[in-house]
Every structure is written in C-alpha cells, then in structure tokens.
Design a protein around this ligand. Structure first.
Ligand code: SF4
Length: 324
C-alpha cells in the first residue's frame, strides 16, 4: 500500500505555486486574498486583507487581471471599480450566504416604506443591492460611514448584528435593521467566550461585529479583521481570543508571531471562503474562466455607493464622487 506523505503534499503544493507564479507573469495578474482564505492561498497573495483593504487594492492595481480569492460580492466590487480589467473568481460557487439575504427588489420596497431614510449597504451585498444604496460600508468603517450620512434615518443592510453595533455607536441616528446574518459569526456563543476566558485568563477577547450583541458585550475590542491586526500589534497583552472565522489566525500568527491566539470554538469556518484552493487558482489563471463582470447600468450606480465609501475613508485621490 502506498501512502501520500507530508513531503509529497509539500512538493505537490510547491509545484502548483510555481505554475501559478508563471501564469501570473504571463497574464500580468495580481492575486488578492481575503483574510479568511485557506493558509496556502494566503501564502500566494500579493495583497491580503479585509474587505476595505481589498477594495483599496482593487482600485490601485495596474495589473490586467485580478484573481479574487474570496467570495462573489468581493469579485463584483473589484469589477465595479475596474471595468476595464478581467476579474476572476477561482470558484464560481463561492458566494456569501449573508449577501444573499438581501435583494434589490426588497431594498426598493424598503425605500418606499421609509422615503426619508438613506440606504447604507454593507460591502457583503450584490452589485444590484449596492446600485440601490446611497453608500457602501465595510465592518472597519461602518460607524464612520453611518455618521457621514446626512439623513437621520438609515436603512442598514443586510447584517443585523453589525447594524445593531453601529446603532450603539451612533445613537443620534435611527437605524432600520435588516434581518440578515453571517452563518459563521452567529455560531460564536457567549458561553463559549466565558469558557475560553476561564481557560485563558490573561487573554483579551476581540470580536468581529457580525457576532451577536451578547457576544460583543463580552469583547475587550470590537473590530474588522484588519482592525484586529492593528490592535494586537499595539497591545501589551500576549494572548487573544479571536471571535471570527478561523482563517484569521494564520494572518495574526504571521503578523505577530510572539503572541498566542485562541479560537472560542472549533468549526468557526466559512465553507464558502474555503472553496478556493491552489488548484482552483491555477485553473482560473490557466483557463481564464469564471470571469466576474457587472452589467454596465448596475455597475455605474453601484460604483457611486462604493466611491462615496472610499471618499469617506480617505481615498479621494483615486475616486470621483458625484451626487445621486
Ligand atoms: Fe459571508 Fe460570513 Fe462567509 Fe464572510 S464569513 S463570506 S459574511 S458567510
């Protein structure tokens, strides 16, 4: 009987990585990777980050091809910002269940119901939903974005927990919440945090705002994945309990190898994010398949919402902002 050893696996991955590097050069491609991707996919990234960092990278790149290792709405955002570039999503089934919880038709109905409100859409939405929104936001800038909106009433779509968190930080606005949720982050339970804190009494607990309000109450810090990296770097603490998708641990360990990180429960995995493998990245570059292209009328409207977000986040150099 033959066994596939760890060395075989290493050699196999190195061979695929070599082929990806060759194809990248041939195609003049850039590989953009979300923090929740598999470790080996993060290893081949030109840019790794949270949704805001990746949107910024998509604006700045001068590559002809963007390989987006993430989920569909992220590749759509890259296409919205770069209509002249080819955007590839290595696995076409890699969607975001949270993004699927709001449709453009539902937003239109809600706008009729609340005509004095402005729609703030989380970046985890389809291009069609962004096209129906006034401004986009990510988990790292959601509070600032809602504060920047002129209307006193805001329809916040689609993540209820993030909307609830923003409401706690921006009490002078009335936020109309949507009933969407991230199937990964809602699995974090306050009981698990209490157990983890007892087990690691010196550890600080950092939570993603897609976690439930009961979990956020226990957090020492609430932040996007990008914010987690910064917080850990500047913190005096040496141990951290991380309330987000497990892929984040790879990035945290690379960034701060002298610290210890714990996940509150096994199985905090986003199945959609883990669909992308080295093999699929190589395949997409080889065959140039799974091109993500947003239809022009939707793209133009959606871009206004994304441009407004980037402008509020200090990206004025790259974007033009026009009225709706
Ligand atoms: Fe969507 Fe949640 Fe997966 Fe992020 S972790 S892609 S919000 S399902």
């Amino acid at each position: 009987m033959m066994y596939y050893t760890k060395d075989d696996d290493k050699r196999y991955k190195e061979a695929i990585k070599k082929r990806i590097a060759e194809l990248k050069k041939e195609r003049n491609a850039v590989i953009i990777v979300h923090n929740y991707q598999r470790d080996e996919v993060q290893e081949i990234a030109d840019v790794t980050g949270d949704s805001l960092a990746l949107s910024r990278a998509a604006v700045r790149t001068d590559a002809d091809v963007i390989v987006f290792c993430g989920v569909l709405f992220m590749a759509e955002t890259a296409s919205i910002l770069n209509p002249e570039k080819t955007v590839l999503l290595p696995v076409k089934e890699a969607g975001c269940p949270l993004a699927d919880m709001a449709t453009a038709e539902e937003i239109k109905k809600k706008k009729k119901q609340f005509p004095d409100a402005e729609v703030v859409c989380y970046v985890n939405t389809s291009a069609a939903v962004k096209a129906e929104s006034h401004i986009c936001c990510t988990s790292s800038n959601a509070v600032d974005i809602v504060r920047s909106v002129k209307a006193n009433k805001v329809i916040f779509v689609p993540d209820r927990n993030l909307g609830f968190y923003v409401q706690s930080q921006v009490p002078d606005k009335k936020i109309i919440l949507w009933e969407g949720f991230c199937p990964t982050h809602i699995r974090v339970h306050p009981g698990q945090i209490e157990v983890a804190k007892k087990k690691h009494p010196k550890a600080l607990f950092i939570a993603h705002p897609e976690c439930s309000p009961d979990v956020l109450k226990l957090a020492d810090y609430v932040s996007s994945t990008g914010g987690m990296l910064k917080y850990v770097k500047q913190s005096k603490a040496k141990e951290f309990i991380i309330g987000t998708e497990m892929g984040m641990l790879f990035r945290l360990k690379q960034d701060s190898p002298d610290r210890k990180f714990y996940i509150p429960a096994d199985g905090l995995i986003c199945e959609s994010m883990k669909l992308t493998t080295l093999g699929w990245v190589a395949h997409s570059l080889e065959t140039m398949t799974n091109v993500v292209k947003v239809e022009e009328p939707i793209r133009v409207k959606a871009k206004k919402a994304v441009d407004r977000m980037l402008a509020v986040s200090g990206e004025k150099k790259w974007v033009s902002v026009s009225g709706s």
